[in-house]
Design a protein around this ligand. Sequence first.
Ligand code: ZN
Length: 268
Amino acid sequence: MQVKIACKLTIKVVYSLTNFKEQSIYVMKYAIISDIHGNLEALESVLTEIEKHYVDSLLCLGDVVGYGPNPNECVEVIRDKAEVILAGNHDYAPLGKLDLSYFNPWARNAIEWTADQLSESSKEFLLSLPLKMNLNGFTIVHSTPLNPEQWNYIITIGDAVRNFHEFEGRVCFVGHSHVPMIVSVKNEDYRAIRENPLQIDPDRRYIINVGSVGQPRDLIPRAAYAIYDTTNGTYELFRVDYDIAETQSKIIQSGLPEFLAERLELGQ
Ligand code: ZN
């Protein structure tokens, strides 16, 4: 349901809610970010850029912590700025909610380090985060709309095909792989889309990976964030420089695996 007020304000009803009270909200332009991973420098750079877009709402698709040296600081900043924050596997893992054998040795080491660092308040907050949510004609989830608690990835068109029946609305935004990607479908015609910015076709449905703020893995080290404007149906992914050397030096000083510092400048 939409009611237009003037030219820029749209009232939309949030439906099929999880852990979110049903109410009318006044949003139309969203910033969507994911996979911050305790990287405060990347998060702050992204938020500075997002401010210039005058968005109505900031959505975070999870993995606020894990790998990076500032988990509590990232939790504080994001809970202050974002309207909706979902849980990622790295948010649940340091709380003892996931089997650590699922993770590679670097991730496991970082999860144990993060668990030691997290304040009670951060832990309580991360524990309260939902896995999936439906908003204004689109869905957000960290991993996959199908069984999000299994933490599977959408990397190929085949992965996407299995998930198109599992969300409401025209678009599902995901994170988790740290690699931006768009797959679209109309009448069983599935396509990988490279257009950026993208004009959303009202006859197609989309699964869109918004990339990673704090640990990009598409060989581009710059932090990623996305803007989705429901008033004109546009989606655009942006990249922004941040002080990688500062984050790397904090990683090394904190005793986290050196590989986690190296990979930031490689974007992998
Ligand atoms: Zn992640």
